[in-house]
Design a protein around this ligand. Sequence first.
Ligand code: RM4
Ligand code: MN
Ligand code: MN
Length: 404
Amino acid sequence: MSSEIENRLQEQDVTLDGVIAVMQQFSVETPSWGYGDSGTRFKVFHWPGAASNLREKLADAAQVQKVTGICPGVAIHIPWDKEDDWQTVKAYAGQLGLRIGAVNPNLFQDDAYRLGSLCHYDKQVRQRAIAHVLECILIAQAVDSNVISLWLADGTNYPGQDDLRRRRSRLLDSLQTIYAALPTGMRLLIEYKFFEPSFYSTDLPDWGTSLLMAQKLGPQAEVLVDMGHHPQGTSIAQIVAQLLDEDRLGGFHFNDRRYADDDLIVGSQNPFDLFCIFNEIVGAEVEGNANAGRIAYMIDQSHNIEPKIEAMIQSAINVQTAYTKALLVDRTALREAQEAGDVLGAYRVLQAAYETDVRPWLSEFRMHQGIDLDPMTAFRASGYAERVARERTAVATSSGYPGA
Ligand code: RM4
Ligand code: MN
Ligand code: MN
């Protein structure tokens, strides 16, 4: 670390030990579906050795945890990851140094869901969708997870196709039944997305709608922000600030995008936006915001041309980098500049933190954790990718998602 940086940070009372201690509290969950073959609706390119069942996905996730030290949780998608014996899964994850994280009900692949799931006009379809979420709650309990992460493909494609207010009341009604089944301590994270697969109306299109639903349901319901689910140019940092203020920021689905829900490696396209999001969170946390300490950080990506495990390692590093930079923001100077109306002075405070090379900090962190200083090189040197490519057999996938 250069002495110039060290001096500047010392003036801010930022110490290496202090930053390392905070970094040790930070983890980001990886998605089981990110280890399998997935891609676009045009083509799924098979990656040699890509995981094709939960056991393999967990084994791969354990490699990511081994080299990064910040990815002990793995989110699952049901039924993609459905197993008969969850105790065995839980024990297997434990042996690998992992735990099962968020459980994601899949409410978009059954033929019955063509016109919706929780919002469908047919009560039987709604009940089927509710029953699936309730099954996921039981799975979460069985594996000791406390997060249900809900995304709906529900919406309409044509004006007049369905009554929008009735859809909304069906949604609320379905969510209330689900909410009532949540055990103490379990959280229901409500994800939103402004379009796709429906185009005229989407039942949960934005953070405001998810927030309204969460507020109507109760304190165990919160909003999930997926970074790829906003119109171009949206300031996600501002959404984060508002949700923190409302005490309803449940978690993130990290990924990056240029156009729509691109599901690219987080921090690969707009790393400054990622930093600005963490800046809001760290800023709230130092002011004692209670929500900031219980955010579920999760990756939600679809890797088509990338090696799956390496993509996940890179994602974890990018997230950790953005977070560490946000820890270095001189909050006193920022406040002073803001309250003096010093537009560029305030921006330059953020810029100074963003431009700090935090790679030495990440190395220090890894040294403290007793892991290799260079996760990607360590993984490449391990020979794991070559071994699984030899040992595992390819499973044909037809469209964009595993199990599709
Ligand atoms: C959606 C959303 C959800 C994910 C599905 C498969 O775009 O991001 O989180 O579960 O894709
Ligand atoms: Mn998502
Ligand atoms: Mn998405």
